[in-house]
Design a protein around this ligand. Sequence first.
Ligand code: SAM
Length: 198
Amino acid sequence: MLRATKQLILSALASFPPTRRAIEAIAYREMRNRPPRAYTERKLLPAVVGAVPVRVLYVGCASYTLRYLRYLTAHHVDCWTIDLDPMKAKWGVKGRHIIGDITQADTLFAPAHFDWVIMTGILGWGVDSVPAVELSISSVANIIRPGGTLLLGWNRRSSHAIPDPMELTITGERFRLIERIPFESPPFYPVYDHLRRA
Ligand SMILES: C[S@@+](CC[C@H](N)C(=O)[O-])C[C@H]1O[C@@H](n2cnc3c(N)ncnc32)[C@H](O)[C@@H]1O
């Protein structure tokens, strides 16, 4: 209840550009030293930029992810965003944001449209059941070109934990695991899997 009230207040404040910028800066400062975030900034995003020209879909937006998107677009990455929650559109890429469900991504984007999809904090944060996880993986596979990359972040612990997605048949059918990066950071103990589209 308290959490929902806090979210509502933050959303209302974020409608005004000056408070939006302040919220963004505070949220970003709070998150930036967490190991998965440091990895995202120092390794992942530079790797995406190194592959320019490249078209990327960033799944799930928050105040603290806006800097990632600015970094990508400033480096000529054709960056798109998607989030189910209409309130998150303000943290997406202007003119390139879709309010939609990632489990239906292949009805929203053309086949093989993206070189990269970055999907962290989605499985276990809205896409929770095994059928929904399977649907999102198969749907995302359809919109990544063969040889393209899915960066899939998921959590091993806490109420947001999900079973290892690599154990699902659909993941092995559509992707090859290139690298697994387990972070030993509480409370979520996230894993970032680099998957190559078969
Ligand atoms: C914890 S935030 C993660 C934000 C960001 N991707 C990150 O790594 O920090 C989860 C976001 O996923 C969005 N989300 C949940 N289920 C979704 C779905 N089925 N399709 C698209 N977005 C979804 C939520 O609205 C929320 O904004």
